[in-house]
Write a protein that binds this ligand. Structure first.
Ligand code: GLU
Length: 292
């Protein structure tokens, strides 16, 4: 047998903000199948940085649902909530490198500014998910003004200075995507996301910051996840490059859409695995519903 470190490492990394649904089942099965095909290890990471929504009850339900699906994960279970100091350390590196700045605008303030701008007839630039790019005002503040606002205790997030970050790398970035049994290079366009959030006033890390930190910490070599995160991979590649972290191979799989044509979310309660199980569906039924 090969030494553990040489084996490919996969992870399934659900957010703990609702019950698992069919979309999660597809993702977990895909990870299981791909890991098995290459003799890889499969790890479970619970993405619970949003402590306002994560509960022990949801975590227990998640583990029970995965057990029921028959998907085994190699211990130990990784919980993001147990790694907040690691994210802080990574954020501090970006701050010290001059690549992150405190962002003081609330979501409501950004929304009002964008609405006022668009009322004049021009479109505000948006990211690949359709969200408005963060306004430049906070990035353009002087260091003195920043320090004054921080000292006053004003609530703030930290954001990546995207332009500075891209300039620091100074070369085009790609990621490796597994497709149709081969690997293709996809050119990454992190600039399309603007100054992404790295930590929020109410959460010590953003998804982007923690996902790259954890993928490296867990030695992940293969990231298998839904196509909804395809474009976000550009941000992950940029952060990996800035932080000197290894880049896994990616595979983004199809999504299961709800009747409204949008990706499933916890509001599509009728596709929750526990609901389907309570209705008497078997794991084979779940596979069929997932189209596999
Ligand atoms: N936590 C994310 C989700 O549940 C997935 C993160 C990832 O696979 O990178 O959608």
């Amino acid at each position: 047998m090969k030494p553990v470190t040489d084996r490919p490492v996969f992870r399934f990394a659900p957010s703990l903000n609702g019950y698992l649904h069919l979309g999660h089942a597809l993702s977990a099965f895909e990870n299981q199948r791909r890991a098995k095909a290459v003799g890889g290890r499969l790890l479970l990471r619970i993405e619970d940085i949003d402590q306002t929504r994560a509960t022990p009850e949801l975590e227990a339900a998640l583990i029970e649902d995965l057990d029921w699906l028959g998907i085994a994960f190699e211990p130990p279970l990784f919980r993001q909530s147990e790694h907040f100091p690691d994210y802080q350390a990574v954020l501090d590196r970006l701050i010290v490198a001059g690549l992150a700045y405190p962002a003081f605008m609330t979501r409501g303030e950004v929304r009002r500014l964008v609405e006022a701008f668009e009322a004049e007839g021009s479109a505000w630039p948006r990211d690949p998910d359709g969200a408005p790019l963060y306004p430049a005002a906070d990035r353009l503040r002087s260091e003195e003004e920043r320090q004054m606002l921080l000292a006053s205790g004003k609530r703030h997030a930290w954001r990546l200075d995207m332009e500075a970050a891209i300039a620091r790398i100074g070369k085009p970035l790609c990621w490796r995507e597994e497709r149709d049994g081969g690997i293709v290079d996809i050119s990454a366009d992190p600039a399309a996301w603007g100054d992404v959030v790295l930590s929020r006033s109410d959460a010590p890390s953003s998804y982007h910051l923690s996902v790259v930190t954890d993928d490296a910490a867990q030695g992940i070599t293969h990231v298998v996840r839904g196509l909804d995160l395809y474009h976000a991979t550009a941000i992950h590649r940029l952060l990996q490059e800035l932080l000197g972290l290894p880049a896994p191979v990616y595979h983004h799989h199809r999504l299961i859409l709800g009747p409204d044509g949008r990706k499933l979310s916890k509001s599509n309660g009728d596709t929750a695995l526990r609901q389907l199980r309570a209705e008497g569906r078997s794991v084979v039924d779940i596979r069929v519903l997932c189209g596999i």
